[in-house]
Design a protein around this ligand. Structure first.
Ligand code: NZQ
Ligand code: ZN
Length: 380
């Protein structure tokens, strides 16, 4: 196990009716900006629960943070917040609303432009306190310090790191209004978050391995049931908690990681607007196939423990890849680029971007533009 430092300060308030707790969790002397997406919270009762809980607080509302939040939209929120003297932010919605809010909270006290914060790669020095009511299990943004921000002008999408939410409220009942496609993308995103922290090399930490495999096996078990019963509280509660635990640092202690699938997926979203979880369902099977020699023993372990594979390492790894792709298909997602109308031109552009940026992702720092091309070609 490698040395590591771990600190995750986010308080989680989990369960039915917990939105009420907003009343106590935010001091009444705060001037809050509540941030929202496109309006799902108006139809599922979340908006009403939030504003009722905050009826004795002072707040302004900012609407319109889109999926894959754009810096162009977030700059408008920064101006409004400065104008109104906001000193606390509350994101209400999916991962995009919270990610956008993380940048808003960081950009309000910053003298330069918000996009500079994203591209500089440095953690901002001063960040306003922020919290969330999360309505979509997927990103883990509710308990991590990451955000992924898009630039509509340049068609770029980059991760950005800042502070953690002070608290996040997770009420599984808020997920009952999710359309099946968003549920499928959320399940795929959660699954791939675990894989990016797990599918490297064996023998680093049996504890981290078992924890990751526990989340993967839970998702495999609950996904078909959720597809049938998306309003089953117990199932959605396990899904929601899986999404949080998949990306809050708990399964990453002292082990190597490989975020290649996400980095390639972000390019597909930046260039074509494809939903995040959907990009991952296409790219991950390709990453597994192309990096099979390097990841053989971990793929075999994954195949055996999560999918019950037997035989030689090669046989177990092959079955693991097939079963993973079949799992994504069982969610109703595409697993080939042709299904989402992505062709050679995009593959060439992603290769070019990675080469120009000089990046090399993965535990072996070898997923360059050329390797990304191979991964994408394998899932044409
Ligand atoms: O905008 P509204 O009207 O609220 O509708 C949203 C949106 O259209 C809708 N939705 C959310 N909750 C709902 C609901 N509809 C009905 N009922 C509900 N309860 O779902 C749509 C998608 O929302 P979005 O927030 O975009 O989805 P998600 O939570 O999957 O977030 C995706 C973004 O998070 C980033 C992705 O790259 C993408 O930009 N990620 C963030 C990470 C992080 N912060 O750690 C890690 C992830 O790997 C991921 O990259
Ligand atoms: Zn993700």
């Amino acid at each position: 196990m490698n040395n590591f430092t771990f600190q995750n300060p986010t308080k989680i308030l989990f369960g039915k009716g917990m939105i009420k707790r907003l009343t106590q969790e935010i001091p009444t002397d705060k001037k809050i900006m509540i941030t929202f997406g496109g309006g799902s919270v108006r139809t599922n009762g979340v908006y009403e629960q939030v504003t009722t809980a905050l009826r004795d607080h002072r707040f302004v509302e900012f609407w319109g943070i889109e999926p894959n939040p754009k810096v162009e939209t977030l700059r408008k929120a920064v101006s409004l917040a400065r104008e109104r003297g906001v000193d606390f932010l509350l994101a209400v919605g999916g991962g995009s609303v919270l990610d956008g809010t993380k940048l808003i909270a960081s950009a309000i006290p910053y003298s330069g432009d918000a996009w500079e914060l994203v591209t500089s790669g440095r953690r901002p020095q001063e960040v306003l306190p922020f919290a969330s009511v999360m309505t979509l299990p997927a990103t883990g943004s509710e308990m991590n310090n990451g955000a992924v921000i898009s630039n509509g002008e340049t068609h770029e999408k980059f991760p950005f790191y800042t502070n953690y939410p002070l608290f996040s409220i997770l009420d599984p009942e808020t997920t009952f209004s999710l359309p099946p496609f968003q549920i499928a993308c959320g399940l795929a995103d959660t699954f791939v978050h675990v894989m990016e922290q797990y599918l490297t090399t064996t023998g680093q930490s049996p504890l981290m391995d078992r924890w990751a495999e526990g989340i993967l096996s839970t998702l495999v078990e609950i996904a078909p049931a959720i597809r049938k019963e998306p309003h089953n509280y117990q199932l959605m509660a396990d899904f929601m908690l899986s999404a949080t635990l998949a990306l809050n640092g708990f399964i990453a202690m002292g082990v190597t990681q490989d975020w290649s699938t996400h980095m390639i997926g972000h390019e597909l979203t930046a260039l074509h607007g494809i939903t995040h979880g959907q990009t991952l369902a296409i790219v991950l099977p390709g990453t597994m196939r192309v990096l099979l020699p390097q990841k053989l023993s971990k793929l075999a372990q994954y195949g055996e423990r999560v999918w019950g594979a037997q035989g030689s390492d090669k046989e177990k790894a092959a079955l693991a890849i097939d079963r993973t792709e079949a799992f994504f298909r069982s969610l109703g997602l595409a697993t080939r680029l042709s299904e989402v109308n992505v062709d050679e031109e995009t593959i060439a552009e992603i290769e070019r971007r990675f080469e120009t940026r000089g990046v090399a992702f993965g535990e072996a720092n070898n997923v360059t533009g050329a390797v990304a091309r191979k991964i994408l070609e394998s899932v044409r």
